[in-house]
Design a protein around this ligand. Structure first.
Ligand code: ZN
Length: 70
């Protein structure tokens, strides 16, 4: 557990705290660092790209079964 500084009152705050114990300032925005934000963007982009060939393969398999039945 590391200590960080409140951006509102400059008081020492635990980095696991959701709000500053000194002034009540919400610290969730501090946790959302640009690095974490871009990691989330990259993850969403990767899964978005992965969904396209996955949907294509599922469509191929489904149409293969439909052709076999008919
Ligand atoms: Zn504070």
């Amino acid at each position: 557990m590391a200590m960080t500084t409140c951006s509102e009152c400059e008081g020492a705050v635990s980095d696991t705290a959701n709000t500053c114990p000194h002034c009540g300032f919400p610290l969730l925005s501090q946790k959302m660092s640009p690095g974490l934000f871009w990691q989330m963007v990259k993850t969403c982009f990767f899964w978005g790209l992965a969904a396209i060939p996955a949907a294509f393969v599922v469509t191929l398999i489904v149409s293969f079964y439909i052709i076999n039945i008919a």
